[in-house]
Design a protein around this ligand. Structure first.
Ligand code: ATP
Ligand code: MG
Length: 492
């Protein structure tokens, strides 16, 4: 990656200013907090624009995920304007203005010497784990020293920055953005939209186009390839051919991106309501093969297999949950993605060991290890995946009071959801799903009765782990589609 900005020579440096009556962006659709930030900056004499995905989404009539502000105020000046403000990012400082749960990100215009967008370390909830998992943060020789905002800057009498190594003006800033659709600025001064890169027309045509020379832009920051896939999936845009063409040639560059950043991108791809579409696009564009090589290899070798179909269905279910504002967890996502590869690992062992917990956990660990070189899954989510898989044999062989303890396990719900999904694809017994569903719905006394009934059954002729009686229906070990052992995922 380089911070050189060599790619925009051919682009005219004049903004097309779209007046309020010629674009659809209404203040009623902008978050009140974002408006507050914009007005405060403006009252203090600064320029203030909404920029990026929020302007794009508002133009499309979609509800933006978050609101980003660009300004000529320096980070320190922004901080002085807002009490609820924190500066983040080491290589390029950004201001985060907090309003309860909403954070408005305020970035000073970047000059060509600034580090690329998307490169700053932005601390989010739980991001401390990132440091824990990855003790060598991702930096190269350019950022060993913290920059000093007071150096090398030309400021005019009113304090306006004229030129800076890091900070610039709006028309420096625009050329550093990735896609034309992400490079519109909504000016709070007169509610016009500033469009330097023909983004407005591209949005209307649902066209995804990189600003500048695509190969250069991908080399500057290979994550832009994943962002292209994400916007294709999320917005149903078509990637313009010059922007699409280099991806297959350059995709290996993603291997050089810090795994912590790829983890963040992976969550954005799969956990923001368009995961099923992202999966399809990533496979079609050959990007999954570099992001999650073992997941892609399974998909290519076992198309139409039960784990494969389950993954697609699971992603679609996850999308629905996101849209309904219900919680989703990265553990479940990674359990889905890894299911096929884990099954293959398990099948390397002798068949009679397939349902042993140690076999299952070894398989999980080995698949996680392969992924971890590319995508640094936070530790707590890895533990979640291990628990979900380790609980499968216990869910498939409920035994007396132990079933009640399983019910109390913090990861029971996720494990049960996985069991249910497996059963939909012939990889677990639906009768078991039904039994656990009843157990969950039952009151405390009834739960004891149900589990004791199970104990009595288990004490019968078959004293094996999954007991006798009604449980027998579920024991198809070694046979048929679901016959890969109770705990062991089937490669189907
Ligand atoms: P989303 O809807 O997912 O928030 P977004 O376009 O807002 O999409 P962000 O990651 O929030 O994406 O980034 C905000 C803006 O910053 C982008 O619209 C783009 O202008 C710029 N940007 C982000 N990442 C990059 C990058 N890697 N290279 C160039 N510009 C980027
Ligand atoms: Mg955004």
């Amino acid at each position: 990656m380089t911070s050189q900005h060599a790619s925009t020579e051919a682009v005219p440096r004049l903004a097309n200013i779209i007046p309020r009556d010629s674009h659809p962006i209404s203040r009623s659709k902008i978050s009140a907090d974002a408006l507050r930030v914009l007005y405060r900056l403006r009252e203090a004499g600064f320029e203030a624009y909404l920029v990026g995905g929020c302007v794009r989404d508002l133009t499309l009539g979609l509800e933006p995920k978050d609101f980003d502000v660009a300004t000529n105020a320096l980070p320190e000046q922004v901080r002085r304007l807002f009490r609820n403000c924190r500066l983040v990012g080491r290589r390029f400082r950004l201001a985060h203005v907090f309003f309860g749960r909403e954070i408005i990100e305020v970035a000073t215009f970047r000059a060509s010497g600034a580090p690329p967008q998307g490169d700053e370390v932005v601390l989010e909830e739980g991001a401390d784990e990132l440091a824990g998992d990855d003790e060598a943060p991702v930096e190269d020789s350019r950022d060993v020293h913290d920059f000093d905002e007071s150096l090398d800057r030309v400021v005019d009498q009113s304090g306006r920055i004229l030129r800076d190594n890091i900070y610039g003006t709006i028309d420096d800033d625009v050329w550093r953005r990735d896609f034309t659709c992400n490079a519109l600025y909504y000016n709070i001064a007169d509610f016009s939209v500033w469009d330097y890169a023909n983004g407005f027309d591209d949005i209307k045509a649902k066209r995804l186009r990189l600003i500048g020379d695509p190969e250069t832009r991908y080399r500057e920051d290979p994550v832009r390839m994943l962002r292209a896939a994400r916007f294709e999936a999320k917005l149903d845009f078509s990637i313009e051919s010059a922007t699409a063409e280099p991806i297959l040639r350059l995709r290996e560059l993603l291997a050089g991106v810090p795994p912590a950043r790829l983890f963040d991108e992976t969550l954005k791809l799969f956990l923001t309501g368009h995961g099923a579409a992202s999966y399809r696009v990533l496979l079609d564009r050959g990007l999954l093969d570099v992001l999650l090589p073992n997941v892609a290899a399974f998909a290519r070798r076992h198309p139409g297999s039960a784990p494969q179909r389950m993954l697609v269905q699971g992603l679609a279910n996850t999308d629905q949950r996101v849209r309904a504002d219900r919680p989703v967890t990265p553990s479940f996502l990674f359990a889905l993605l890894m299911y096929g590869p884990i099954g293959l690992e398990i099948e390397k062992r002798p068949r009679n060991e397939w349902h042993e917990i140690s076999t299952i956990l070894d398989a999980v660990d080995s698949v996680v290890r392969e992924i971890y070189g590319r995508v640094a899954i936070h530790r707590r989510f890895i533990l979640g995946v291990r628990d979900m898989f380790a609980l499968q044999p216990r869910l498939e062989a409920p035994r007396g009071r132990r079933a009640l303890r399983t019910l109390e396990h913090p990861r029971f719900r996720a494990a049960f959801d996985l069991l249910q999904l497996r059963s939909e694809f012939g990889m677990a017994d639906p009768a078991l799903v039904e039994w656990w569903t009843r157990l969950q719905a039952a009151g405390p006394q009834q739960r004891v009765t149900m589990s004791e009934a199970l104990s009595r059954e288990s004490a019968g002729a078959d004293n094996g782990p999954s007991g006798g009686g009604r449980r027998r229906a579920g024991r198809r070990r070694g046979r048929g589609r679901g016959g890969r052992g109770r705990g062991g995922p089937a490669a189907g």
